[in-house]
Design a protein around this ligand. Sequence first.
Ligand SMILES: NC(=O)c1ccc[n+]([C@@H]2O[C@H](COP(=O)([O-])OP(=O)(O)OC[C@H]3O[C@@H](n4cnc5c(N)ncnc54)[C@H](OP(=O)(O)O)[C@@H]3O)[C@@H](O)[C@H]2O)c1
Length: 515
Amino acid sequence: MSMIAAFYDNKSILITGATGFLGKVLMEKLFRTSPDLKVIYILVRPKAGQTLQQRVFQILNSKLFEKVKEVCPKVHEKIKPIYADLNQKDLAISKEDLQEHLSSVNIIFHCAATVRFDDPLRHAVQLNVTATQQLLHIASQMPKLEAFIHISTAYSNCNLKHIDEVIYPCSVEPKKIIESMEWLDDAIIDEITPKLIAGRPNTYTYTKALGEMVVQEEGNNLNVAIIRPSIVGATWQEPFPGWVDNLNGPSGIIVAAGKGFLRSIKATPMAVADLIPVDTVVNLTLAVGWYTAVHRPKPTLIYHCTSGTTNPCNWGKMGLQVLATFEKAPFEGAFRRPNADFTTNYFTASYWNAVSHRAPAIIYDFYLRLTGREPRMTKLMNRLLRTISMLEYFINRSWEWSTYNTEMLMSELSPEDQRVFNFDVSQLNWLEYIENYVLGIKKYILKEDMAGIPEAKQHLKRLRNIHYLFNTALFLIIWCLLIARSQMARNMWFFIVSFCYKFLSYFRASRTLKI
Ligand SMILES: NC(=O)c1ccc[n+]([C@@H]2O[C@H](COP(=O)([O-])OP(=O)(O)OC[C@H]3O[C@@H](n4cnc5c(N)ncnc54)[C@H](OP(=O)(O)O)[C@@H]3O)[C@@H](O)[C@H]2O)c1
């Protein structure tokens, strides 16, 4: 019997960010392994015209929850959505919800955050720092609370090369940053942002570091732990391989490459692609929840959830495997033939951006205009290139994360728990994982049917022929123009033609002699 699964039975659990990528997989695993848990409260806001109930309904009716419905048929009765908005004071949770429901909570998993790299500092502070502070305040009033688990990121200290499982203080106290956001105007905040985030590439990583400081300082009277995952990717094994539902990070790059929008990228092929499957992060999170509640370690423990130390894969290897999977199962209706060229050179990257990305978009928009349609490709391409440029920092560097606490936790688990809540990625086969990841994107994000593969292959073949035809025509036009204008080109042309003629004559003569 799994001790961790048994621990969550009869527990009241609170999850923030349950409608997000990580939060959904966390809920799924909890229901599947501990169907006798009492209730999962989720802090959720209405979105895109959907009420809280409709959002829950949509999650429960997704493919991800198919197995859960078999082991926990009453799952819909065990999820209780509670209105909350991290943008508002005290998260906008009503007094009734606080008293009637949240007072019974045993474990909190705080996953909600803004994961946008280019959020203005004010917004990123509100979601990743102030909201965390307010949740800690709410948690301190929960009499039955056993553990508060905060999800941070392995990149919160990406200004360092080697990162230990400790909290590195930022130069300005989070409390002062929170206060200053109340009275500084946007123009001044924009001006001081580069100085504040010093060494980090964006407001996301900076505010996640501030969030950790808040957890350490204000969660002192609680039983807290922090988990730092690296780049979270599709599921490895559970509930089935390759499940993914958002376009953040590598998923977005794979879609853009598979659809032919992105053909080259400024990335270091040998840099470690520190991907970690979402089910691995969830297994570690649940094990940390159990360990923190039962063993109450002091001081606060931080757990790195990364793959580079135990089982490194690099961007070059990943790119090749992604392309190989496109050959087997191409994405439907690609704009161009998928390709993946890597460069670390600024000038080559700029040239590729102009020739390989912007120029085809402009030509395509010209064609759309001619055919009376709305041009959209240039806008789309500009947005894509801006997103990719924000990822460049992470795909051109490698980091080392120590994993002592994560290894210690693994050694504390029973063999059964090590199996059910496996977070050891040394067994992960990257080629298989990446193939499943690409297929998962095709199925769960693009909603493409596997039956459409032969037609997609045919489309790819057509694109390849168009590509060769276009290149040949371009070469011939340039060559004809050169010959018409330059004596040197004419001489070269005469030399090549006479050389080919002589070679053919010699070849024919030697064949006649042999006969
Ligand atoms: N994905 C990664 O690669 C990665 C890597 C390292 C660490 N992490 C960390 O893992 C955690 C989960 O990330 P994720 O990938 O699951 O992100 P995600 O899919 O973007 O989910 C974010 C969650 O936060 C919620 N949220 C955002 N703003 C909110 C607001 N104003 N009020 C209420 N809820 C709000 C979202 O709710 P809505 O559905 O209503 O928007 C969603 O449920 C985050 O703390 C992130 O920093 C992620």
